[in-house]
Design a protein around this ligand. Structure first.
Ligand code: G3I
Length: 348
């Protein structure tokens, strides 16, 4: 039996606890009931990404038209139920249509100039925030991933300018190709600062931050943006495994969390899922890892840090991007709480 007052209540004095909805799960009343009971933050899994919101047909000149049609049922659900929303995401090399980057706005044209993309980026960010506030005036938009996954996994690149390889597809970045480096990140934060509503914290979000070279690079990048007053927080995606040690182990994870918190900015765990790796780890091992992550967040705050949300990337084990056989979430396929859930209801 789950508690009457769920996870969000247990952690209310410390940080929000979030989950994900998508166009499919938002139509399932058992899942939306579970979200209302357990969580006080929601992220749209794909529905607010550029691919889902940029509209080629209505875009004119360099004004990028937007549509919230895909996200609408989720936004309405959040607004109606007083659940805060984490926006995800504005600038990303992935799930962004290629036409956005080309001179003639066709899918296979040549890349446009930096000046052109600057104008399109400004219109996109402005139009997105306007559409959200005019369409959903009561929605609490408390955080937004302004830039996502810009930093390379390659130590040779983080030793230089840190950015992904320029290009399109296969993990390459059209942003880097067009701006000739990392200039698009600061530009995106300037624009988000200009158009985001009050109370919406602006985040840089990435994965594998427990990898030392990537952690150090992201630390430097975000510290600079924070000191310029452009960034409010760092998002740690946290797609990790139930292994207690090693690459995504508790020690490496905690080191990254503490390092980022030491900047003084907010930190959010934005996309947590803990894979059992097809039965390699059992429910108890998974519970221990979930508890260790939440405990690390609580401890960071006890030490003066500002962890403001811990968000789970999915609703139940039937609805997860890494496959149900990895059983990475807090609720099973029948929405029954797992050992990890009960461990979190005890963590202090
Ligand atoms: O939109 C098409 C739809 O038209 C088609 O019918 C369907 C058939 O498979 O595919 C749909 O697209 C899929 C999309 O999810 C929407 O369901 C894509 O194939 C699929 O690749 C895509 O996966 C998403 C993935 O991002 C793409 O990068 C996952 O759902 C989503 O959980 C995942 O989320 C990312 C975060 O945004 C960033 N951090 C990593 C995280 C996990 O990869």
């Amino acid at each position: 039996m789950e508690e009457k007052n769920g996870l969000w209540k247990h952690y209310e004095q410390n940080f929000r606890v979030g989950a994900v909805l998508n166009g499919f799960t938002v139509r399932d009343p058992e899942i939306t009931g579970l979200i209302c009971r357990e969580f006080n933050s929601v992220t749209c899994e794909n529905e607010l990404k550029p691919e889902a919101t940029m509209v080629r047909e209505r875009s004119e000149g360099n004004n990028i038209a937007v549509s919230l049609e895909a996200a609408a049922p989720i936004l309405k659900f959040c607004e109606d139920n007083g659940i805060a929303l984490r926006g995800h995401t504005l600038v990303w090399h992935s799930q962004t249509p290629r036409w956005f980057f080309t001179e003639d706005m066709t899918p296979d044209g040549a890349f446009a100039s930096r000046e052109t993309i600057d104008c399109r980026l400004e219109s996109y960010i402005k139009n997105m925030f306007e559409a959200l506030s005019s369409g959903y005036p009561e929605l609490k938009l408390y955080a937004y991933d302004v830039a996502n996954e810009c930093v390379s996994d390659d130590p040779a690149r983080t030793a230089a300018d840190g950015m992904r390889e320029p290009g399109f597809g296969e993990g390459k970045s059209p942003w880097v190709a067009i701006y000739g480096g990392d200039g698009f990140i600061e530009r995106a934060f300037e624009l988000a600062r200009k158009y985001a509503p009050e109370g919406c914290s602006l985040f840089y979000n990435d994965y594998n931050e427990y990898w030392d070279h990537k952690r150090e690079f992201i630390y430097g990048l975000c510290r600079r943006l924070y000191e310029k007053g452009l960034l409010d927080g760092i998002g740690m995606q946290s797609h990790i495994s139930a292994e207690p040690d090693g690459f995504t182990g508790v020690a490496a994870y905690t080191a990254a969390l503490e390092k980022f918190a030491s900047i003084g900015c907010e930190v959010q765990i934005t996309e947590l899922d803990i894979s059992c790796e097809r039965g390699k780890y059992d429910a108890e091992a998974q519970a221990a890892k979930y508890r260790a992550v939440f405990s690390a967040a609580l401890e960071t705050n006890r030490n003066g840090g500002r962890v403001s949300a811990v968000c789970i990337w999915g609703s139940n084990d039937s609805n997860t991007w890494i496959g149900s056989d990895n059983a990475p979430l807090l609720f099973d396929s029948d929405n029954k709480p797992k050992a990890a859930y009960f461990a979190l209801m005890q963590a202090e």
